[in-house]
Design a protein around this ligand. Structure first.
Ligand code: BGC
Length: 721
């Protein structure tokens, strides 16, 4: 259909039909849904009539080819103009084959694996009838108390932007109309949801526009450049106004400046939430503010439904705003091919075939291997097959390793750590005990653990947070491992045996009582369906760890927010002329995180030598070439992630002490060395000035090159303009 045909369809729609096109309801409201009926009470309570459902534009969270086909079929029979429903769902890190959580994928620094995993998630979901995924979530994060850090790729705007692109590419492919194995992406949550004060979910966000543009916007912008079809509003305020009713944010910035012409959907209930936020007196006012701000679809509340018509009739809202919103929605339906085939990818046989297929599981295993970060290793790992292992802890035999936002995944399908290890070395080598539950421990559990550990050469602890401890509404004020797990470590430590801890969790933790007690520490995050197999591969050295942190691990929650790309202050610690007391520091803990951004070990070691610059001056025409020689100084083959950072020493506004500009992955045999070359150009030094102009400054800079953001070689150059 052409735009004209779509407009003519809109002309045939009544005002009620148009307004209902802007509504998104959950699956159980619809005829044909297998859970229909259960919601009759709530339906009436919400004021949802049969007629309303008949005209509704989109469905939230209903999946499964059979059910989607039933619902679409029933809908088309009843919808006067035969406008198909759009089916949207949160396919965040896998549909049924669950991949590592996005924060873990962030630690892979691997765009190929990000793209492949989201393409598989799209293929499984599309066969199950989904048209749009509410992903990627690209919110930059600095506060591990916030449970939703698990959905982000971390604290760096450049890395987040690269991932945003990869996820959108993976979901959408290059031709959404033709390629039914893909789904439309919906980048979220616009904007700056990741900066909730105190790390408490849904809390206030307040920051300067410059800060937002510099750190928070780049990843959304990247997702839009890559063609994300939809955007979701954030729950939070932006400069005092909830994002969903924020005209400046949505119309001026998102639509006019960033050129977004796709569908903007509110987050769940966010239109109505303007009332408790305190910028709308009632639902009518909330509807007014949201439509004026440019929100096309209202998710799960009925402010538009109940009030837009009156606003149009009293002349306060121009009907053209509704027509524009409907047109965007119909254009997306058209782009997805729904007017030609309203069932699109939904296919019962294909769904069955794709879901948890061997090929998908293999990529899930690979992704988990690439995203588990080795944080410490005092000569314990890799384990030897002949060693007797005591595998102890609440995650030794636990399928809760899929993580939040894996609602379609089955914990029963997850490979647990114990079975992954037994598959590799046989059950005779591994004794196991739970030791404690995640938050409780009995004396009998502890006694069993001690007895099992007594006969072992090495103790492997499988510890962590249960999946409800992070994710949406999963904020924690204390981000240590639950106390009983630390007690378990202390008790086992008395046996004086080598101890390895494997962590399953959704955020950077305060690792006191863990990192200082064990000999090796592997951060497995929530590794997904093939988690146990992947971690076993890493523990036994079938594979080597290659991941690097994309979010700092604080030394203590008291430092939070602690992130690598911070400012220096006028009284930095460690300056040659620094006083003892009057410097920016804590009296009781270091300023630095425990494990910095970019950090992660491998089973070999690397040395950096001969770092050079092609010139000490850069111009707009003449980029710099930066070279360094990296040598594998250990005795195993290994992969190193060479990272390039810069610092602008005197900007017009203060610039971070380090900013990631590039990274390169190299594989070296023992003893082998390779020269790694980066090109750094003037445009990579640009930033937002105080008047928001995006440009670079002439003057002195440092370039830093190294294997993480802390351990680097520093080179100085001057940009002349
Ligand atoms: C979350 C969104 C999600 C939506 C729909 C909300 O509560 O904030 O990220 O896409 O629910 O499930």
């Amino acid at each position: 259909m052409t735009d004209q045909q779509l407009s003519s369809l809109i002309r045939q729609m009544t005002i009620e039909e148009k307004i209902s096109q802007l509504l998104q309801l959950a699956g159980p409201f619809f005829e044909g849904s297998e859970s229909q009926g259960e919601i009759t009470g709530p339906m009436e309570a919400m004021g949802v009539s049969e007629e309303l459902v008949r005209n509704t534009g989109s469905v939230l969270g209903l999946t499964g080819a059979k059910e989607v086909i039933q619902v679409q079929e029933a809908h088309l029979k009843k919808n006067r103009l035969g406008i198909p429903l759009l089916f949207m769902a949160d396919i965040v890190h896998g549909y049924k084959t669950i991949f590592p959580i996005p924060l873990a994928i962030g630690c892979s620094w691997d765009m190929d694996i990000a793209e492949r995993t989201s393409a598989i998630a799209a293929a499984e979901a599309s066969a199950a009838g989904v048209h749009v995924t509410f992903a990627p979530m690209v919110d930059l994060v600095r506060d591990p108390r916030w449970g939703r850090v698990m959905e982000s790729t971390g604290e760096d705007p450049f890395l987040n932007s690269e991932f945003a692109r990869a996820f959108v590419r993976g979901s959408q492919g290059t031709n959404l109309t033709q390629d039914r194995s893909r789904v439309a992406a919906c980048v979220k949550h616009f904007a700056a949801y990741g900066a909730a004060e105190g790390g408490r979910d849904y809390n206030t966000v307040d920051m300067s526009e410059r800060q937002m543009r510099e750190y928070y916007l780049p990843a959304y912008r990247a997702a839009l450049d890559e063609g994300s079809e939809m955007v979701m509003t954030a729950f939070n305020t932006v400069d005092g106004i909830p994002a969903t009713g924020n005209r400046r944010l949505m119309r001026d910035l998102l639509r006019d400046e960033l050129g977004f012409d796709g569908v903007l959907i509110s987050d769940w209930g966010a239109v109505k939430e303007m009332i408790p936020h305190g910028i709308a007196a009632n639902e009518a006012e909330a509807a007014y503010k949201a439509i004026e701000a440019g929100v096309d679809i209202e998710m799960m509340t009925l402010c538009y439904e109940h009030h837009l018509k009156a606003w149009i009739e009293n002349g306060k809202v121009n009907e053209s705003l509704i027509d524009e919103a409907v047109l965007r929605i119909l254009k997306l339906k058209h782009k997805l091919g729904l007017f030609d085939n309203p069932y699109r990818g939904a296919n019962i046989e294909l769904e069955e075939k794709l879901i948890l297929s061997e090929a998908h599981r293999q990529i899930a295993r690979d992704a988990a291997i690439k995203s588990s970060v080795l944080l410490k290793n005092d000569n314990v790992l890799p384990l030897q097959e002949e060693q007797k292992i005591a595998l102890i802890g609440p995650f030794a035999q636990n399928g809760d390793i899929l993580g939040p936002w894996s609602w379609m995944g089955s914990k029963d399908e997850a490979v647990q750590l114990y079975s992954g290890m037994v598959d590799l070395v046989g059950s005779a080598q591994i004794d196991t005990a739970q030791g404690c539950d995640i938050e409780t421990m009995t004396e009998a559990q502890l006694a069993e653990a001690l007895a099992v550990a007594e006969h072992a050469d090495v103790i492997v602890l499988a510890l962590g947070e249960h999946s409800e401890m992070s994710g949406e509404a999963g904020s924690r004020g204390d981000i240590t491992l639950p106390q009983v797990q630390r007690e378990l470590i202390t008790a086992l430590k008395s046996l004086n045996k080598p101890m390895v801890a494997v962590l399953f969790n959704g955020r950077p933790l305060d690792l006191h009582g863990v990192y200082d007690q064990v000999d090796a520490l592997l951060e497995a995050w929530y590794p997904g369906t093939e988690g146990g197999a992947a971690i076993a591969d890493l523990l036994y050295g079938k594979q080597s760890p290659t991941a690097r942190l994309s979010m700092s691990f604080p030394y203590s929650v008291g430092q939070v927010p602690v992130y690598y790309n911070h400012f220096n202050t006028g009284r930095p610690q460690g300056a040659p002329d620094a006083q003892v007391r009057y410097v920016s520091q804590y009296l009781d803990m270091p300023n630095e995180p425990l494990y910095p951004f970019g950090y992660g070990l491998s089973y070999t070691t690397f040395e950096y030598n001969e770092a050079t610059l092609s010139s000490t001056t850069m111009t707009e025409e003449q980029p710099l070439t930066i070279k360094v020689r990296v040598t594998n100084t250990g005795n195993r083959k290994g992969e190193e992630l060479v990272q390039l950072y810069v610092r602008d020493l005197s900007g017009e506004v203060v610039r971070p002490v380090k900013e990631l500009k590039a990274f390169r992955r190299i594989i070296l045999e023992p003893g082998e060395s390779q020269e790694v070359t980066f090109t750094l150009a003037e445009e990579q030094l640009r930033y937002h000035h105080s008047n928001l102009e995006f440009k670079s400054d002439s003057g002195d800079f440092f370039a830093f090159i190294g294997g993480n953001s802390r351990d680097v070689t520093e080179l100085k150059f001057t940009l002349t303009k």
